[in-house]
Design a protein around this ligand. Structure first.
Ligand code: IMP
Length: 242
């Protein structure tokens, strides 16, 4: 296992189970049963459908400690259907209004890309990002909005988010963008966790309501990993290394 780790720089490894059925090392035993993706803080391990069906038991030790197990949750097809529905609504509601879409980086990049391809009306696009840095001792951690260059005054603005959880991020964004006096300010989000969202403002366009479980893939990350996945995966209940 150590050899394999070193060969891959200890950062990412795809296990080929046709060649390797078991890595015999001393530490943690992890049963990969219905796991499709396992993401640890420093490593990713790709598990194929075949492995999944085989219910292979592998023994892993550092640096392959699996921390989180994610299972398939929203398929590529369903994501596509959700985005089509959102696009239909936006195409209808903003026809002739030349809306300005504002994507919130990083998580929204795949959603924005797919949504834009389905827009049939004239639409402009810009991106913003919250950059957090450590402020002075008195201000603590500060987050600043960067990238906002477009003039929002009298524009029909639609914020594009990947996920609204507590709604704190979106609330902050609404305050900041609202102060620029747009003609209208709407929110379109791919996912919402309604059990957690406790804000008064309206989420105008919601792709899908999901339970309060962490998700990764399709732009969403777990510690910056997993954004590249085409489907959305959900944290499994029985994580062994929580
Ligand atoms: P909120 O401020 O609690 O609504 O959280 C918003 C931000 O937290 C999102 O834009 C995401 O970047 C991140 N986030 C919240 N829940 C998840 C999740 O389940 N997976 C990945 N990122 C999430």
């Amino acid at each position: 296992a150590e050899e394999l780790a070193n060969a891959h720089g200890g950062t990412a490894l795809s296990l080929d189970f046709s060649k390797t059925t078991s890595l015999d090392v001393e530490a943690t035993d992890i049963l990969i049963n219905n796991a499709a993706v396992n993401i640890s803080r420093v490593n990713t391990i790709d598990v194929t459908l075949e492995d999944w069906e085989k219910n292979i038991l592998i023994n892993l030790t550092w640096p392959f400690v699996l921390i989180k197990k994610f299972i398939p949750y929203i398929s590529e097809k369903e994501i596509d259907e959700i985005i089509s529905t959102l696009a239909d609504q936006l195409n209808k509601d903003f026809e002739g209004k030349n809306p300005l879409f504002i994507g919130v980086l990083n998580g929204s990049f795949m959603f924005v890309s797919d949504l834009m391809k389905k827009m049939k009306i004239d639409v402009e696009l810009s991106f913003v990002k919250f950059q957090s840095y450590v402020g002075t001792a008195s201000t603590g951690k500060v987050s600043e909005l960067i990238g906002l260059s477009a003039d929002l005054n009298k524009r029909h603005v639609v914020i594009l988010e990947d996920i609204v959880d507590t709604g704190n991020t979106m609330g902050e964004l609404l305050d900041l963008l609202g102060s620029e006096q747009p003609a209208s300010l709407s929110i379109a989000t791919l996912l919402v966790k309604p059990d957690v969202f406790n804000k008064k403002y309206v989420l105008h366009y919601v792709g899908k309501n999901i339970p309060n479980k962490f998700v990764v893939g399709f732009g969403l990350d777990y510690n910056e990993l997993g954004r590249n996945l085409k489907e959305i995966y959900q944290l499994a209940d029985n994580n062994q290394h929580d």
